[in-house]
Design a protein around this ligand. Sequence first.
Ligand code: X2X
Length: 339
Amino acid sequence: MHKAISRRTFSIGLGGTAAALGLRARPAKAADITLKFAFNLAESHPITTRSREAAARILAETNGKVEVRVFPNNQLGGDTDMLSQTRAGGIDLFLNSGINVLSTIVPSASIYGLGFLFPDYATVWKTMDGELGAALRARIAKANLIPMEKMWDNGFRQITTSSKVINSPADLKNFKIRVPVGALWTSMFQALGAAPTSINYNELYSALQTKVVDGQENSLANIFTANLFEVQRYCAITNHMWDAFFCVANKRNWEALPVDVREIVAKNINLAALAEREDMAKLSTTLKDTLTAKGLVFNEPDIAPFRAALRDAGFYTDWRKRFGEELWGILERNVGPLG
Ligand code: X2X
């Protein structure tokens, strides 16, 4: 974080000029505070659009004094690198999935990625905006990362391959698939019989192109916005997990901000997350057609055998022990009995 003046004495005036400046406002002079906001998703992803919108609102509402600089598309490094920078304070605000690198610091943050957990978005948001989300945010805060309240949707995940149609767990046997860097992801695809490799998102396209791996799994929004359809041929609609991002702030940098600035930043980031969820819901109605037109070939396997394979491999029993009874109990109260 860059600060031009002492934060102890700095406080913004919440005058009518904010509205007068409008969302297109640019600071006439350099902002007093600049915050770096970074993540892995592509420029055209709704998360990027909505973060830029939040940044414009924050600038306007602070009369040009607080500039949030948005760095999408791994501009500041891959996820592992961005997480280190966030912990060190070089990045102020980091958007990352609790199942992804964030789980290397806060393992329980990945619990919502358990296979075949959520039947629909109604259950997703009831759970994550409710008791489970609060419990995970409390655990993240203990790791000196301050989580904003609302999660950003990263979508239900589907499996793509360059080589074959995935119709049953047997088709995944020894299949070389990329997964993000998180223990739950590796464990899940091992339990399904595949051969997962952890690769950060910034290296995914080239890993697929050079056939380091033959497939990957992601939301249709990411398959589209990261151009993965160019290097993949088949897509199985498995909805095997749902993912979302926490926005976490470096604790020291966050607490150095004046309280009124914190409020404006948090409010606009949370509003942006809610708007982004709507964007994703709208996009989900058209993406299959869009990607079909780009040449991706879809199939819709019966998911019961995939679920059974996870159960039989002891996946749920194993992770229940790792997550512990408290979180497991909260989860089951929201989604019903697991395993
Ligand atoms: O790395 C991925 O696949 C992505 C973009 O979906 C996540 O950050 C979990």
